[in-house]
Design a protein around this ligand. Structure first.
Ligand SMILES: [Fe+2]
Length: 131
């Protein structure tokens, strides 16, 4: 499965776009490792650290510029962490299974694309008027 960033996902703020590209890269690494049945713990951590950095950047911008939809956007990030915690737990409990792969696709890949296209795009449009 190819999971790649594309231009239509650009939110118009370079720093956020660059971080989104890196997230796609790290999620791809996770998918590849799960296919090889390699130890995923390292790759999970590799992804997790970057998600922290990335959400923190968006949240810093939202606070700095008094973004009106800040709490909705933060709730979305919280939902991501909840789903992510379930995925990690499922991996810890059962290793690589079909269910784990399906959850990665739904809660990491599909979630990220949907999130960028809707809430990050709105945030990008707002930030473009401020930065
Ligand atoms: Fe976001």
């Amino acid at each position: 499965m190819v999971f790649q960033w594309s231009k239509q996902l650009s939110v118009g703020v370079e720093q956020i776009d660059e971080q989104h590209k890196e997230l796609f890269h790290r999620i791809s690494r996770l998918i590849e490792s799960s296919q090889e049945d390699a130890s995923l713990a390292f790759v999970f951590e590799f992804l997790e650290k970057y998600v922290e950095v990335h959400f923190a950047l968006e949240e810093t911008y939202m606070e700095r510029y008094d973004y009106p939809k800040l709490s909705d956007h933060e709730n979305e990030h919280t939902i991501f962490w909840e789903n992510y915690a379930e995925i990690r737990q499922a991996y810890n409990d059962s290793g690589v299974t079909e269910e784990l792969t399906a959850r990665i696709k739904e809660h990491l890949c599909d979630w990220l694309v949907k999130h960028i296209l809707k809430v990050d795009m709105e945030l990008g449009n707002f930030l473009k008027t401020k930065l």
